[in-house]
Design a protein around this ligand. Structure first.
Ligand code: PA5
Length: 422
């Protein structure tokens, strides 16, 4: 992690004390909302039996299905979508099986087309909702459950897996009554912190990716970011820099990448920080751009518009597949000056150029660099963001683990739709 300003200068004795109190509050599980700190030591405490069980189910899905439909919204889908997209090869989502998401939007057209698309394929459904009562995935599941029962009859129950609360919620009751296989979302882990539980792991494993390595990366991060050292702990650094920039008049953070495969890591990050921190009239607004695409779009605003933005580059050092610009005979496109350069190197130059232009334009910068895009590094990154987010929210004196603001639209919607009791 690097920062365009002087990080050490930010560490006043008062801030050090506050950080120490936050660290103690998190690790003794006594901070605000501490009931939801279950993700903190989850990587180091989950059992190999649990991982093996997930892998066994994933292998069964892979052996009898062409498509896994994952139904969920918010934290119940963004984590697995982020990891699957980041690890997949472009134009060929995953090995052997396709993972399709539903229930994150409400659209008759989407569901109808999806069911038509599924018609000539073998299908498994994983419906995920911690509360078991969220309308959007419940609506999608009502249609897809009926679809599965029409197609598979008695056998439908063997192709539906439910991930929800251990004891409560409509989805849990439904699963028990129908005899669906169930996975539990631990009580102490909220949706946006649940990517490393069955919520994220089952779809990721079914897509063919190595969940042992994902957890391994998170374990390394748990150890690394569990140490209280304000000078070297990068999760603390990131939280401190963000809060400093917010106080200095930069309430909007743009997460910028040079790889479209990271688009859903950006979406997951936006949910994590936005829903954890945006409360009580405070918090940094998380937004994202994908370069070079957005250099020819939002780049203008970032360079030259209202000065309220800071930019965090998420960079990947190595790429497994690349192309080198070759010498063309007549140089008709005038690109021979690039010959010998790989496209990854082109992006590195573009990053350097963009960073210095935006910095000159008054946009402070943070750069987070990961070595490569694989399961271990992603596990490490996801855990880094989760713990950094907790520090960040606590620096704002905010409980990172509730989302009271999300209820507003729901109550209005239920009233408009005449839901009993509203
Ligand atoms: O982070 C959260 O808690 C939310 O974004 C939830 O994940 C989202 O609202 C979906 O909730 P549920 O899993 O209960 O359907």
């Amino acid at each position: 992690l690097s920062y365009s300003g002087d990080y050490l200068e930010l560490l006043t004795p008062e801030l050090e004390n506050k950080l120490e109190a936050i660290h103690k509050g998190i690790h003794s599980k006594s901070s605000k909302g501490a009931d939801f700190l279950g993700w903190l030591d989850w990587p180091s405490t989950l059992s190999q039996d649990f991982l093996d069980d997930i892998k066994e189910t994933a292998n069964r899905i892979r052996s009898n299905s062409d498509v896994l439909v994952v139904i969920g919204i918010g934290g119940s889908y963004l984590g697995s979508k982020a990891v699957i997209e980041a690890l997949s090869t472009p134009f060929q989502q995953s090995k052997d099986i396709e993972v399709i998401f539903a229930g994150h939007l409400v659209s008759g057209e989407y569901l109808k087309q999806l069911m038509t698309y599924l018609d000539d394929k073998e299908v498994t459904i994983n419906v995920i909702s911690k509360s078991g009562t969220t309308s959007e995935p419940a609506i999608a599941f009502r249609f897809l459950q009926q679809y599965m029962e029409k197609r598979y009859g008695d056998q439908a129950a063997k192709r539906i897996i439910v991930t929800t609360d251990e004891e409560k919620g409509a989805l849990r009751t439904l699963a028990v009554n129908k005899g669906y296989q169930r996975y539990v979302v631990p009580d102490s882990i909220g949706g946006r912190y649940s990517v490393l539980t069955a919520v994220g792991l089952l779809p990721i494993a079914a897509a063919g990716f190595d969940i042992d390595q994902l957890i391994n990366g998170a374990k390394i991060a748990e150890q690394e970011f569990g140490k209280f050292d304000t000078k070297s702990n990068r999760a603390i650094q990131y939280a401190v820099i963000r809060k400093h920039l917010y106080d200095a008049g930069y309430p909007v953070e743009i997460l910028a990448t040079f790889d479209e495969k990271l688009k859903y890591v950006q979406e997951w990050w936006k949910q994590l920080f936005g829903e954890s921190e945006g409360k009580e009239g405070k918090g940094i607004f998380p937004s994202s751009v994908s370069y070079s695409t957005d250099l020819h779009s939002l780049g203008q605003y970032i360079q030259d518009g209202k000065r309220m933005l800071f930019e965090t580059f998420l960079m990947v050092e190595k790429t497994p597949v690349d192309l080198t610009v070759f010498e063309a005979e007549n140089d008709g496109d005038e690109l021979n000056y690039l010959s010998g350069l790989t496209l990854h190197e082109f992006n590195a130059a573009c990053h350097e150029a963009t960073a210095s232009a935006h910095l000159q334009g008054g946009v402070p910068q943070v750069t987070i660099t990961m070595d490569q895009l694989d399961e271990q590094h992603l596990g490490h990154l996801l855990y880094f963001y989760m713990i950094a987010c907790a520090y960040s929210a606590y620096l704002f004196d905010i409980n990172p683990f509730n989302q009271p603001g999300v209820e507003g639209y729901k109550t209005n919607m239920f009233k408009i739709l005449n839901k009993p009791g509203y």
